[in-house]
Ligand binder design. Structure first.
Ligand code: 1YM
Length: 688
């Protein structure tokens, strides 16, 4: 950052040559101490001049504190500060026009026909003119000072000094009392006295011509005409009582749609502004709700323009004393309360209170395009870049003014009023629906959190197209996890034999980890607490090894389901996977056999007379490669499943058999159930 004021070095520290300091601009060396008015010669500085140098130093060292940085936005902030001073003069009723002129070589000129900055000696610093104090006195609490309120925001003169300190050169002209005055500054310090230029019988007001300092903003920082034009136009909308004349060197806007000349005058104020902003968009109401209520002396004046867009997002743009407040604040809060209250009151008046009961500010603001502008004395700002209005009174003034006006507006056009009310009620219903959906999603999420650690769940939440594979042992579980379709297939590995439900005590059942995990994974509860709608998977598939142990585990599991969740079986959710026991390879051809009988059948039919057949017996699912497991047992397009069913007419017999078969003959038990399942289901084909 360029920093040029060598405050503590004093005048004698001027280095020859390269020193481009503000205190010593390109002027004869012997005149350098005369740059600050009131400096009593070479001997030293007055208190006032030292203060100025300190202020210049502070601002140039840390421009970010005063204008938010040194980027393009900050550069354009200089313009806003100067324009604001002219706007203040217009809003106060002293100026009727402002002229903005963008010149070549990065010069910018703002002129107004107000009273002209005071030029008499300043009461506090009689050796200085009012103009010089305005241009060199840094007002307390920089606009971007964090923490402190900007107590003088919107008042005259704030910012003029900051603009001066950050400008390479600034020329101020004041036409006042039929006389034209001029003073020139460089990097904050006067390089001329306040000169009387001559008579100015037909002129009044202030003209500020300035060029930002490349030492601060960089050599390539230039005014952007389009941006300046937007800022200027928005100011013109902000106060319908002022005409802003725009002029820009043609070379700077060649080939763009920024005009060379324009007269910006919007007697309709915010109403015109809003019309421009929502042009071509569909409105809920035909006519925007607009108004301006002026309070005594302009203090507490509120202007607003509000409409509702049916197909677009809304916005609320707020201003205080024509300065944008992007972070909202008390005036916006007042607007929100007023809109909600007036609409609810109206609903009550027309007997719709019940329908409108759930309407909140959020619903009223959905699609609401609103501009609100307030004028108050000594506003307080806070927040990042002072973008939020804090003055509590603004909230009360805006609320009462707009609520009153909206009451009348709604009463005066009942058809618009009901259209708006219906629309807002619809928004509230939509919001409640969305919230209900979100609650469901959250519940699903919470349930997921309670799932057993061993479960490798699928990503889909839909019970319809998902499957839970109950797998025997961790190693088979590992293969199954690799072979699965993550989206729809979940794997729950169970270690070893599970508890025999039919013979276990209640306590033992309740404390059993394996079954506990299974119940959690299913999600639907057991016994009297079974809730079919909560079942988390469409198919529960028992996948055990194709051996006697596997058969035993499968039978124990089926018993569990039969006893604890018979409905789950009745509703057709329970299946047995049919993994192969053998792989038969002849040359390049491989087939899988589910048991000895099937193996012998395949050897006799499919693999006869074509050379040596290699027979591999799988010791368990864990031994199979993931691809094999997928192809033979898990892939929905290739596998075979056995559906477990309870044959209706056999209900009593089934129950009896399960009871009697719970002894120590697991093979028998499995064979029995499997057989029944096959008979009843009739859909299984073991076509490997
Ligand atoms: C192109 C910028 O600054 N115009 C301007 C500024 C002031 C006045 C008029 C003014 C204000 C008052 C009295 C007053 C300023 N005055 C002050 C200070 N245009 C531009 N036009 N007389 C003239 O508010 O009482 C600061 S700026 F300090 F005198 F109030």
């Amino acid at each position: 950052m360029a920093h040029s004021n060598d405050l503590f070095g004093g005048p004698s520290s001027a280095r020859p040559g390269g020193d481009k300091s503000v205190a010593r601009p390109a002027a004869p060396a012997e005149k350098k101490t005369a740059r600050v008015s009131g400096t009593p010669g070479e001997a030293g500085y007055t208190a006032a001049s030292i203060e100025v140098l300190a202020d210049i130093d502070a601002v140039r060292r840390r421009p970010g504190m005063y204008i938010g940085g040194t980027d393009e936005a900050a550069l354009h902030h200089l313009f806003a500060e100067v324009l604001d001073n002219s706007m203040d003069e217009a809003v106060a009723g002293h100026a009727t026009w402002i002229e903005v002129s963008v010149e070549e070589d990065n010069w910018l000129v703002v002129t107004d026909n107000g009273r002209g900055m005071p030029v008499d000696p300043h009461p506090q610093f009689p050796e200085k003119s009012g103009l010089e104090v305005i241009m060199t006195k840094l007002h307390a609490g920089g606009k971007f000072d964090s923490g402190a309120y900007q107590t003088s925001g919107g008042l005259h003169g704030v910012g003029a000094s900051v603009v001066n300190f950050l400008s390479e050169r600034i020329e101020v002209e004041v036409a006042r009392g039929q006389t034209l005055y001029r003073q020139i500054y460089e990097r904050g310090l006067p390089v001329t006295r306040l000169e009387t230029v001559g008579k100015a019988p037909n002129r009044r007001g202030t003209r500020v011509r300035f060029r930002p300092d490349p030492q601060i903003f960089g050599a390539n920082a230039t005014w952007k005409p389009a941006r300046l034009f937007r800022m200027t136009r928005s100011k013109a909308y902000m106060f319908g009582g002022v005409e802003i004349r725009w002029r820009c060197a043609a070379a700077l806007v060649a080939g763009t749609n920024t005009p060379v000349e324009a007269v910006l005058h919007f007697p309709g104020g915010l109403k015109d502004y809003l019309a421009g902003e929502v042009e071509g968009k569909n409105g809920v109401v035909d006519q925007a709700f607009t108004g301006r209520v002026e309070k005594q002396g302009g203090h507490g004046t509120v202007e607003w323009a509000v409409t509702w867009l049916s197909d677009d997002d809304g916005f609320v743009h707020s201003y205080c004393n024509t300065i944008p407040t992007p972070d909202g604040g008390t005036h916006e809060a007042g607007l929100r309360v007023a809109l909600l209250r007036a609409l609810k009151d109206h609903a009550e008046r027309i007997g719709q209170a019940k329908r409108a009961a759930n309407v909140t500010t959020e619903d009223v603001l959905a699609g609401c395009a609103a501009l609100i502008s307030v004028f108050i004395r000594e506003p307080e700002f806070q927040g990042q870049n002072k973008g939020r209005l804090m003055t509590a009174e603004a909230s009360r003034i805006v609320d009462s003014t707009i609520r009153d006006a909206l009451d009348h507006w709604l009463a005066d056009s009942p058809s618009q009023a009901s259209r708006l009310l219906d629309w807002v009620i619809e928004r509230s219903e939509e919001r409640l629906r969305r919230r209900a959906e979100k609650d469901v999603a959250r519940k699903v999420g919470a349930r997921r959190l309670r799932l057993p650690g061993k479960l490798a769940d699928c990503s889909s939440n839909s019970a319809q197209d998902t499957e839970l594979f109950i797998v025997e042992g961790d190693s088979a579980g590992g293969s199954a996890k690799q072979a699965r379709d993550r989206a729809t297939q979940a794997i729950l590995p169970l270690r070893g034999k599970i508890l025999n439900v039919a013979s276990a005590t209640r306590d033992k059942l309740a404390g059993n980890q394996q079954l506990g995990d299974l119940v959690l994974a299913l999600g639907c509860g057991v016994g009297a607490h079974y809730k079919p709608a909560e079942l988390r998977y469409g198919k529960i598939i028992i996948m055990t090894d194709a051996d006697v142990d596997g058969a035993h585990i499968a039978s124990l599991l089926i018993t569990f389901f039969y006893r604890q969740t018979p409905k789950l079986i009745e509703e057709g959710h329970l299946y047995l996977a049919v993994p192969p026991l053998y792989k038969l390879t002849q040359g390049t051809k491989s087939v899988y056999a589910r048991d000895n009988e099937h193996r012998d059948y395949l050897l006799k039919t499919v693999l006869t007379g074509r050379g040596k057949v290699e027979i591999n017996r799988f010791k368990g699912l864990g031994e199979m490669m993931a691809a094999q497991l997928k192809e033979t047992t898990m892939d929905p397009h290739k596998r075979t499943l056995l559906k477990v069913v309870i044959k209706d007419e056999d209900r009593a017999a089934t129950s009896e058999s399960v009871e009697s078969l719970m002894g120590n003959k697991p093979e028998l038990r499995f064979a029995f159930i499997q057989e029944r399942a096959k008979f009843a289901g009739g859909e299984a084909t073991l076509d490997i």
